[in-house]
Write a protein that binds this ligand. Sequence first.
Ligand SMILES: Cc1cc2nc3c(=O)[nH]c(=O)nc-3n(C[C@H](O)[C@H](O)[C@H](O)COP(=O)(O)OP(=O)(O)OC[C@H]3O[C@@H](n4cnc5c(N)ncnc54)[C@H](O)[C@@H]3O)c2cc1C
Ligand code: SF4
Length: 463
Amino acid sequence: MVEHVKSNRNKIWELSLEDRFKEVYPPLSDKEAQTEAMRCLYCYDAPCIKACPTDIDIPTFIRKIATANVKGSAKTILQSNLLGGSCARVCPTQELCEGACVMGSEHKPIMIGRLQRYACDYSASHNIQHFKPLPNNGLKVAIVGTGPAGLSCAGELAKLGFNVTCFEKNNLAGGLSTYGIVVFREPVEVSLAEVKQIEALGVKIETNKALGKDFTLNQLIEKYDAVFLGIGLANVPQLNIPNDKVVIDGLEFIAATKIKDLNSLKIGKRICIVGAGNTAIDCATIAKRLGAPRVTILYRRSEAEMPCYYFEYEFALSEGVGFMFLTQPIGINLDNNGHIESINCVRMDLQNESINGRRISKPVPDSEFNLPCDMLITAIGQNKHQDILDNLNQIGIDIESGYIMVDKHTNQTKHPKIYAGGDCIRIKGEASTVAAVQDGKIAAQAIYENLVSAKVKKVEVKK
Ligand SMILES: Cc1cc2nc3c(=O)[nH]c(=O)nc-3n(C[C@H](O)[C@H](O)[C@H](O)COP(=O)(O)OP(=O)(O)OC[C@H]3O[C@@H](n4cnc5c(N)ncnc54)[C@H](O)[C@@H]3O)c2cc1C
Ligand code: SF4
């Protein structure tokens, strides 16, 4: 249970609209970064490294900051994680590196995320190229999707001398880092700067090119030596209740605040958001910062079952977001102009049985009630790219519950040329930017080993 939450509300309203959408944490100054870096114990067998899914050598990059070698520090980070600037901002560091930091037990953990951001921002703002790709090996790889998984795979392969072409269905590359992560956590410019860094390694990115529409899987298989699928997941599912056509897709709502002029966005006065994952929290805090006086999250289970991170929940409360637990919308009432007037809801009750570790909720008989609302946003997970999955299945690739099945050591599918990573394979565990980056790295390494190392070994054996 949340016991005490410090409110940001008054402070936020004093800011202009643009300032409300600036990064929540300001960058560290040189002095702050050095002082913080000097607190690090540079542990032998450091637990923070083990807690980082991309194995960043955290004590080494921190030590380099302490000795004012910021460029070297960034290189250490980017060697393990080409999207270090995004991860510095979006990683749940409390649960990963900072959660494992030995300083956390008695003092405050080292601010690893903010130090990483300091070093990566320095590198991006000075446009430093840290890596010289190996000589071209003549092999061609196609990457579908330019989210963290696709970009990481593309960049690592380019470093290894491959010809890499990425196909992206959107107008801008970067996946959810560009379109999905709230702007006050990761500004679009950070994601686009990383895209540029990947391009600087020699990767070609073709935007507005969608698999299944502009080209087929078979064409990729024919033309390329390997294919990596980093297609993520799709849009938010419909609520399937009367009048749900007027409901706004939570991901589209967030994307608008990232790529459109904030002043042009229309916002309701009583906004309800369905769902209680991180996306729902993001939609709610955005709605608040856009100026909606009343924002309420509706969730069919209780506080204890909420899938969002606890710190996200606390953040939403501090921003003045309201929560109605054990509540499910069952219909939408429109006025004569087709605008939402209110939603019909029903109270829910938690049962003893559970699915995937979460208790089932069932409607309480005769508990319907009407909730005034003029904007309803849904954030109840993401659909799958069903057409692509069907196509993959037809060529022998296993699909389970809408996820692409891969070998966990190589991220290779049952088709020898096709690899996959990121949210589209994450049937288990938390979908996150850093996990997607690591998936891309694993696949790149496997592609290298299968196409280059194996050939070199064969030649050596023949000799
Ligand atoms: C609202 C929201 C907030 C989040 N916040 C956090 C956070 O704070 N911290 C964190 O670690 N994680 C967060 N995540 C999760 C994180 O963003 C994802 O796990 C990560 O982006 C997955 O990377 P990916 O490359 O697999 O997929 P994506 O980032 O989804 O990228 C997939 C790319 O593939 C493209 N694509 C799809 N289909 C096609 C096609 N047919 N042809 C060509 N291109 C295609 C898409 O346009 C997209 O660019 C958040 C997710 C959401 C939805
Ligand atoms: S665990 Fe903490 S103190 Fe030890 S190396 Fe990592 S960041 Fe530094």
